[in-house]
Design a protein around this ligand. Structure first.
Ligand code: HSE
Length: 435
């Protein structure tokens, strides 16, 4: 890699939507400060877009439709990618890295599927690969995991990493409205995309969970390894049941060390869960993100802020851009892939979880013991039971101790089939409490 002492760092920008436009604006507005911080000017030499006529907020002479030629150009030292999706981003970034050009990307889907190949290309040429903006927007999270906590042993990363779903769940919690009504409102207000699938079905959060788990546990985790459940099945009854017990429902990305039959592994999952209203993540409302990290020596930490949007995401991109530019100027290098631990990802069925189960049952002698017997049969220990009698039936709420997810699911299936159970009103995992 050539030294750039004093010479401009030349940047190619791939994609110029909300985030890209903000990146160009910040680079222009803060040019003098950035030059001082980096030790050389940082200049955009080209912006690859699909439709040049659409982009009025950036200098027209920088626009091109030929992204491959821009990446290959001798006038480019760093490639910033904010296109999103797998292709053509993957091919373009591999070409950049192989040519020794540093890469800054906000592309969670790409990192969650192809990080091994990207890191390999980065290692081969010595070019940097930074991706802070891929998870939780503006919140500095990946650098703390990759660098600040590199000397510690992280045991859990648990967070709200999708603003759209958090906005919807917060809305359901405050109004008591259904999922469908709240989604409609979120779409109308522009908080949910016209096609909300990636967010509400948990794909976006699963990609982020894969990236977080890979970094936290020094292992390769891809999106396919992540157990994923979205929020479409969360009902107003679930929210009410949580409230009645001093809990709230959040879509959580959970990455944690688990021990199965003495062997260490990791659990990586995205699903709705009830957490106590006293938990720090419970007070994260609307479109905000927050991630709770636990490490042996550091203890508990919480990272909170804006997880999406043009300027917040551009802030993370700019931070990475300054880092890779400094590395080029001072002949340094950012962290490489750290996957030496190679911990296996445990299937969801083997993961210890806790369940909250709310049932409508017949109110007569022996009902509770029949229900309790099913828990005992599956070796699931009950932590708390609450029963409220009504006219001719009763509401029965059970919270379990930790058991394998498979045992809990079998328990719920069997309970649902008991003649004394009129309805399984709500079933949800419980997180953020002692087991
Ligand atoms: N769609 C994401 C969210 C932001 O709702 O949080 C980008 O990852």
């Amino acid at each position: 890699m050539a030294s750039h002492e004093g010479k401009p760092i030349r940047v190619a920008l791939l994609g110029c939507g909300t985030v890209g436009t903000e990146v160009v604006r910040l680079l222009t507005d803060q040019a003098a400060d950035l030059t001082a911080r980096v030790g050389a000017p940082v200049e955009v030499t080209g912006i690859a877009v699909r439709r040049p006529n659409k982009h009025r907020d950036v200098p027209a002479e920088l626009l091109t439709t030929d992204a491959a030629a821009l990446v290959a150009s001798d006038d480019v030292d760093v490639v910033v990618e904010v296109i999103g999706g797998i292709e053509p981003a993957r091919t373009l970034l591999l070409a950049a890295l192989r040519a020794g050009k540093s890469v800054v990307t906000a592309n969670k889907a790409l990192l969650a599927e192809h990080s091994a190949e990207l890191f390999e290309a980065s290692d081969a040429s010595g070019a940097d690969l930074y991706f802070e903006a891929a998870v939780a927007g503006a919140i500095p999270l990946l650098r703390p995991l990759r660098e600040s906590l590199a000397g510690d042993r992280i045991t859990r990363v648990m967070g709200i990493v999708n603003g759209t779903t958090n906005f919807i769940l917060s809305g359901m919690d405050s109004t008591g409205a259904s999922y469908a009504e709240t989604l409609e409102e979120a779409t109308r207000l522009g908080y949910a995309e016209a096609d909300p699938t990636a967010d509400v079905d948990g794909f976006d959060a699963a990609s982020k969970a894969a990236i977080l788990a890979s970094l936290a546990f020094h292992s390769r985790v891809t999106a396919a390894d992540v157990h994923r459940e979205g929020i479409a099945a969360v009902s107003a009854a679930d929210i009410a049941a949580a409230k009645a017990l001093g809990r709230t429902v959040k879509l959580l990305a959970i990455c944690e060390r688990v021990t199965t039959e003495g062997a260490e592994g990791i659990s990586v999952r995205v699903h709705p869960a009830m957490i106590p209203t006293s938990h720090p993540l419970a007070s994260v409302h609307g479109a905000f993100n927050a991630v709770f990290v636990e490490a042996d020596a550091a203890g508990e930490m919480m990272f909170y802020g804006q997880g999406a949007g043009g300027a917040p995401t551009a802030s993370a991109v700019l931070g990475d851009l300054v880092a890779v530019a400094r590395n080029r100027v001072h002949r340094g290098r950012g962290p490489r892939e750290s996957a030496y631990a190679a911990l296996p990802v445990r299937p969801m069925g083997q993961t210890p979880t806790r369940y909250h189960i709310s049932l409508d049952v017949a109110d007569r002698a022996g009902v509770l013991s029949q229900v309790a017997a099913v828990f005992a049969e599956h070796d699931v220990s009950i932590a708390a039971v609450r029963q409220e009698g009504r006219v001719d039936d009763a509401s029965l709420v059970i919270v379990t101790h930790a058991a394998t997810d498979a045992a809990l699911r079998s328990t719920v299936d069997k309970i649902g089939g008991l003649p004394v159970v009129r309805e399984v009103v709500s079933v949800m995992r419980v997180e953020g409490e002692e087991t």
